[in-house]
Ligand binder design. Sequence first.
Ligand SMILES: Nc1nc2c(c(=O)[nH]1)N[C@H]1C(S)=C(S)[C@@H](COP(=O)(O)O)O[C@H]1N2
Ligand SMILES: [Mo]
Length: 332
Amino acid sequence: MLIKTRDDGFVHPFPSEITPAGVYQQRRELLRLMAGGAAGAVLAGWAARDARASQVPRPGKLAALSGRVSPVAGASTDEKLTDYQDASGYNNFYEFGMDKGDPARNAHTLPTSPWTVSVEGLVKKPGNYTLEDLLKLAPMEERIYRLRCVEGWSMVIPWVGYSVAELIKKVEPLGNAKYVEFVTLADKKTMPYVSSRVLLWPYTEGLRMDEAMHPLSLLAFGMYGEVLPKQNGAPLRLVVPWKYGFKSGKSLVKIRFVEKQPATAWNIAAPQEYGFYSNVNPNVAHPRWSQATERRIGEDGLFAKKRKTLMFNGYEAQVGQLYAGMDLKKYY
Ligand SMILES: Nc1nc2c(c(=O)[nH]1)N[C@H]1C(S)=C(S)[C@@H](COP(=O)(O)O)O[C@H]1N2
Ligand SMILES: [Mo]
């Protein structure tokens, strides 16, 4: 039974693990070690891999980030907030390592100032926008979103930012811009795993134009009323609450308007597992595990009951229309 821990998720696959042969090899190795009495050590290893970093320092307040309550309908859940230490100590940011505690331990090397975001492609006003430009581009809002990782865990985080639509309107996309590509930083000097082949760097993500324009799609600069910790994607990231967490690229450096559906990092790594849309959908299982339930971080005692995963992560009323008539099993 314990071997199931790994299958239950909490680790995206990386290329060497994606093949069935790779998975088989790992199980055999685990069984061999267990038979040899080394199970304790192995399981301690798994536990460490899944554990959050302890006592994460907080980056502090920034006046610009005292977000007003969002006027966008359904922008905040009243569910209990995830503990700050969990939200900033249990992360996926593969540029800094693959264990959940690695980003908090390693991301301090990331220089977040000065920072510019290059806006490119099919757009009337391309150019380099500095972080200072972006911070004052629109009023900051607080939005309390559920974030659900494809691995089967979720959190409730109060983000601070504004709709990506605010930026998109300012830069005036051309009529033939159908998709928006989001490119995140890939810097070998400050991001240790960018030298590895875990993913094809830079980490890229994409949205259809109407998804990017949906008011819930957030450009986040802060969380819990403070500057984003580096491990959560400082100085700015995307948060798309109805999609699996990996659509929400961290530490954005480029936003490109394109005509064709862009390639995305996870789709390149494992196309059969991660589609372009990646809407949270309990009816479409991940090939290696069910997506019907999730573990809310903070309720994760060994015997805590899992929660039912909701269609579009609970944002169906707001975003369901975007997918009217689409076969969501085909467009997963
Ligand atoms: N650049 C970059 N962005 C990323 C990732 C990553 O590895 N690199 N991981 C994604 C995944 S899988 C998830 S679940 C969320 C996690 O966000 P959080 O750590 O702030 O909760 O970030 C997403 N954005
Ligand atoms: Mo994720």
